[in-house]
Design a protein around this ligand. Structure first.
Ligand SMILES: NC(=O)c1ccc[n+]([C@@H]2O[C@H](COP(=O)([O-])OP(=O)(O)OC[C@H]3O[C@@H](n4cnc5c(N)ncnc54)[C@H](O)[C@@H]3O)[C@@H](O)[C@H]2O)c1
Length: 435
């Protein structure tokens, strides 16, 4: 099931450049819709990171899994456009509900870009891509990435995030990959108490939800392939990333889209959990830095300076939209509540010193990043992925590639937390560090 050179593979002699015509292999309506091109991407700015390094002599063909999803599409654009004569970029993606070919359509005419539709849980498709494109370097982003969904469909998370990573590792071993950069998350460390130190890469992993557990389990496999088979791996654990191109199931794009529609946002629980947010352009720079300066066998945290509670995020979004929110009544009009997640980590806090020592740093302030993001969703949010109505409900459900709205009760009052901030997270262990 492959498409290459950025176009759906034609079956009937058409060049396929405008979308659905001739898509092969069991195309159903939903799949076909991924290839429909209404041209919205032509109006959008081409967003990348800012870093540029001396190309590495032993890197030529880079496969980026999940390349039609949010974070990876930033890296796909960044590497394709920054290193046009040095690297060939292959975006490998199964085109799940949260992806969009619009994220990389602006690259379709670039000689060093290819889109390959495949599933990381299918060894034939993975090896087929690695061999066909003579891949030497893998960035592995593809995942089921939405925590809320992992409370309901946790098998899907284990299948994609754990088994899919296993397939990639085994395939990488088979073809003799030179670099395997595995994208993990700050959530693998679990919750960090307010007064605890930021966590170093050597901290113990203590995930608390099925998504984070599947990401931690995937790391164990990555670590084992490094130890057993000397697979050249690097693991990256990032804070929350935000910015244009993110499917509106996560808080910033979802709330931006709701407010754009003149609808209130709905917070889980009491809105007190905090998250640290990194703009996607800075994240792309971090991955570029790790590719060029990172050491094989190491783990790198990617840390942001901006920690914000979900409730104060609402105020910032209302301010950005120019919606009055200075009185309790005004806030109540726009900010509603529903029950909390079964478990909601109060905060995450990673120490990003090790990556900063390679020369990377956060360049985009939260204020600037939010301005860019809100503006982008105002212009493109309603068209980029097709109809997003169903995903804007508080706890939507995904079934296959369909998103189904929930019917959760919504109130004006903050809802009780499921539990108090947890007992201390162990922070002194060295377990699971890739050394
Ligand atoms: N979003 C964040 O804030 C954040 C923070 C830290 C780490 N991460 C990690 O970064 C990675 C990317 O996250 P994101 O938010 O960009 O995700 P996303 O949900 O926007 O994109 C995931 C992509 O993976 C693809 N995919 C899913 N299953 C696949 C499969 N079986 N085969 C091939 N492709 C498949 C999807 O089609 C989609 O394009 C994930 O590994 C996630 O755990 C995300």
């Amino acid at each position: 099931m492959t498409t290459s050179n950025g176009h759906p593979r034609p079956t009937n002699g058409s060049n396929g450049s405008n979308g659905a015509n001739g898509y092969t292999n069991g195309a159903n309506d939903r799949r076909r819709s991924f290839f429909e091109d209404f041209g919205v991407w032509k109006e959008a700015p081409v967003l990348t990171g800012t870093t540029k390094f001396e190309p590495l002599p032993d890197v030529k063909n880079i496969m980026i899994t999940g390349g039609a999803g949010f974070i990876a599409c930033w890296l796909v654009r960044h590497l394709t456009l920054t290193y046009p004569h040095a690297y060939n970029i292959v975006s490998f993606d199964k085109l799940d509900y949260c992806s969009s070919l619009n994220n990389t359509r602006m690259l379709n005419d670039k000689r060093n870009f290819t889109f390959y539709q495949g599933d990381i849980t299918n060894p034939d498709e993975v090896v087929g891509c690695l061999e066909r494109h003579n891949i030497d370097t893998i960035f592995h982003f593809a995942a089921q990435s939405h925590v809320d969904l992992s409370f309901g469909n946790s098998y899907g998370f284990t299948h994609t995030n754990v088994y899919g990573t296993h397939v990639l590792l085994e395939s990488a071993k088979k073809v003799g990959i030179k670099r395997f950069i595995h994208i993990s998350t700050d959530e693998v460390y679990g919750e960090v108490k307010d007064d605890d130190d930021d966590l170093l890469e050597s901290s113990i992993l203590a995930p608390t939800n099925p998504y984070a557990a599947s990401k931690a389990a995937a790391e164990m496999l990555v670590h084992s392939y490094q130890k057993s088979f000397k697979l050249p791996v690097i693991i990256v654990r990032s804070n929350n990333v935000y910015g244009p191109h993110q499917y509106p199931e996560k808080i910033i794009p979802k709330f931006s889209c709701l407010l754009n529609r003149g609808q209130p946002v709905v917070l889980h629980g009491d809105g007190s959990p905090t998250r640290r947010y990194l703009f996607a352009g800075d994240a792309a720079d971090a991955f570029d830095t790790i590719l060029h300066k990172g050491q094989l066998g190491q783990v790198y945290n990617v840390g942001s300076y901006d920690e914000i509670s979900n409730l104060s995020l609402c105020s910032k979004l209302l301010a950005e939209m120019g919606i009055p929110h200075s009185t309790a009544e005004e806030i109540q009009k726009w900010v509603k509540y529903t029950h909390d997640r079964p478990f909601n980590d109060h905060r995450y806090a990673v120490d990003g010193t090790k990556l900063r020592q390679l020369g990377w740093d956060q360049k985009t302030t939260f204020a600037e990043g939010l301005r860019i993001t809100v503006e982008w969703y105002r212009r493109f949010g309603e068209q980029w992925w097709g109809d997003i109505s169903k995903v804007l409900s508080p706890f939507p459900v995904v079934s296959g590639t369909d998103v189904i709205s929930d019917k959760e009760p919504v109130t004006d009052m903050p809802q009780p937390k499921k539990r108090k901030v947890s007992e201390a997270n162990g922070t002194n262990g060295a377990a699971f560090q890739v050394s």
